[in-house]
Design a protein around this ligand. Sequence first.
Ligand SMILES: C[S@@+](CC[C@H](N)C(=O)[O-])C[C@H]1O[C@@H](n2cnc3c(N)ncnc32)[C@H](O)[C@@H]1O
Length: 237
Amino acid sequence: MGADGQDGGDPERAPRRQLYGRSKGKALRAAQAARIDTLLPQVSLDLAALTPDPAALFPIRPERLVLEIGFGGGEHLAARAEAEPDTGFLGVEPFLNGVAKLLAAIETRGLTNVRLLRGDGRDVLAALPDGALDRVYLLYPDPWPKRRQRKRRIVDEAFLAALARVLKPGGEFRFATDIDDYAGWTLARIARQDGLVWTARTAEDWRRPWPDLHRTRYEEKALREGRVPGYFRFRRV
Ligand SMILES: C[S@@+](CC[C@H](N)C(=O)[O-])C[C@H]1O[C@@H](n2cnc3c(N)ncnc32)[C@H](O)[C@@H]1O
């Protein structure tokens, strides 16, 4: 099923690329719906405003810019944004209920350093200028484990090329997955991608979460169910 909206404002607007997975879950509670109507327009990420200077989206110019693609319920993004007030966080997620959850965190924690889009992470990458980002997170992307569905995975050659373009030299792409096959899939493609190198020196480097990782709902579930995540850091060279 394709997602039906890009920014929470216009469900008729067709996504530019095919999105797989849920775009809506159970009906929003009244407070959540009210935040979609009133808070989302104030913090929404305007793709047209990303060029030439995405830092200008924020009321106070951030020292760094970070993007989280597919933030789910926004647990990680909100925690990082609170911990790094000097950093501007861009978040993108097609699932309306996840957007509503992140909006609640933005409101209750008074976060001013987050801008978000209900839509497709690939559209944000395409709209960013070269070398704009210090870090990109992709935490537990939809696994699409069946062979015939793997082409739906967000990590592909075009996605990695776009990441290499938008990261600053020295910037990082951080990727977590609990699906062994998705780890191998990504490592094989990174090895062929100019400009991105895997930083691990020992197995501990990818078996241990990076120190500032805040666990997401999906990660908690994976751990409860006995799956073992891998945590991968790739540097833009
Ligand atoms: C398995 S969930 C993980 C969510 C979250 N990162 C976490 O760890 O809890 C994958 C998420 O990616 C989102 N997603 C799928 N395709 C996407 C795309 N093209 N751009 C951005 N997000 C996407 C889904 O809506 C879903 O919320």
